[in-house]
Ligand binder design. Structure first.
Ligand code: NAD
Ligand code: G3P
Length: 343
């Protein structure tokens, strides 16, 4: 049976909706996904570690992370992990990538066996170079792992604006089932069995979004912006290939689609971080930019695996203060010339 047939069957399955979905993380994306799951017909519990945020969600708003967006009564917010996970059919992990290990360690004793864990963060673990699915494999080996990724700003999804994402799992049938269950009128979920490809695209696009913000902030022009994003995508494909990602996945929603979104919008926190960097403004206090730790580890991975990734290396060096943006631009522009399709 092919993926399309599986999707069709899953969509038609009686009771496709009506799961109990637990969302771990009371930030912008966790709250937006909780709303999306509710719209898809599921009953939703949201775990937040901050009791104030949990209480605020209970009152109908998450003012710290999603100000101005109404949260209806259908979402049960709790700061008790046992309550959050009791009876869950599926868990969405929506804490930042660098916190995933701690989040999973905290839920380990309460996680129902065999239910899918869906990764919704985008990043590579800074200290180990592990993809997030590998961390799940270490800590919760009994739970099948999936990832949801693609062009999707939390505020857009929370408002019910339409977008399309991809849900990936190594088990094609699981991916198709989850995609069908998570889809709703305003959230179209495609399925994929290329879990690694989906993870890599989502993680690396944040690095180039920082670069795109920096290019804009430093006033380098729209031409430089397009050139950088295009050559950045070449680096994304090279690293993806080294991990075994399929090229067509990297060309899809979770790769190119999300790269285009985050490299072109100040709504992106990674772009905003780069913009401040390019403008020489203070970075302290800016919202989460997952591309910062991922740039450092991606640069290390590229060096260790002998992958040509000069933009990633430049972003990592700018972020750790080794070089300035001007020096990075000069270094990138004066490298030996080569054919465009040199790999
Ligand atoms: N915001 C978006 O538009 C968006 C969209 C798609 C994907 N994502 C991804 O989702 C992930 C989370 O992003 P976000 O926007 O929700 O971030 P956020 O900064 O808005 O919220 C992060 C939340 O995680 C919680 N948290 C952090 N460490 C924790 C830990 N150890 N245990 C429990 N909770 C912890 C924080 O308290 C906070 O509630 C990131 O990887 C991001 O790239 C975000
Ligand atoms: O705001 P950003 O840069 O973390 O991007 C959010 C999402 O990943 C966009 O798909």
């Amino acid at each position: 049976m092919n993926g399309r047939e599986m999707n069709r069957q899953a969509m038609e399955k009686p009771g496709k909706s009506g799961w109990r979905v637990s969302v771990l993380g009371g930030g912008a994306w966790g709250t937006a996904l909780a709303l999306a799951m509710l719209r898809a017909g599921h009953s939703v519990r949201l775990f937040g570690r901050d009791p104030e945020t949990v209480a605020a969600i209970g009152r109908g708003e998450n003012p710290r992370y999603l100000p101005g967006i109404a949260i209806g009564p259908g979402i049960e917010a709790t700061s008790d992990i046992k309550t959050a996970l009791a009876g869950a059919d599926c868990v969405l992990a929506v804490t930042p990538a660098q916190s995933l290990r701690a989040t999973l360690a905290a839920v380990k004793g309460y996680m129902p066996a065999d239910i899918p864990l869906v990764l919704c963060a985008k990043g590579i673990e800074r200290d180990t170079g592990a993809l997030l699915s590998a961390i799940v494999g270490e800590i919760l080996p009994q739970n099948p792992v999936a990832a949801l990724s693609g062009p999707s700003f939390a505020t857009d999804v929370a408002r019910g604006l339409p977008t399309a994402v991809v849900v990936a799992a190594r088990d094609e049938a699981l991916a198709a089932d989850l995609a069908a269950r998570f889809s709703a009128e305003n959230l179209r979920c495609y399925s994929s069995d290329d879990l690694i490809g989906v993870e890599i695209g989502g993680a690396l696009k944040n690095v180039f979004a920082i670069a795109a913000g920096a290019v804009t902030g430093a006033g380098l022009g729209a031409s430089a912006q397009a050139a950088m994003v295009t050559r950045g995508f070449v680096e994304l494909r090279r690293i993806g290939a080294a991990f075994g990602a399929r090229p067509e996945t990297l060309m899809g929603l979770s790769g190119l689609g999300d790269l285009l979104l985050t490299c072109s919008s100040t709504q992106s926190r990674n772009f905003a971080y780069g913009l401040a960097l390019g403008q020489g403004k203070p970075l302290a206090g800016l919202a989460l930019a997952e591309g910062v730790p991922t740039a450092a580890i991606a640069a290390r991975i590229a060096t260790e695996r002998n992958i040509d990734a000069p933009i990633i290396a430049a972003v990592a060096a700018i972020l750790d203060g080794t070089i300035t943006i001007r020096q990075a631009v000069t270094a990138l522009m004066t490298r030996p010339l080569k054919t465009e399709t040199d790999d």
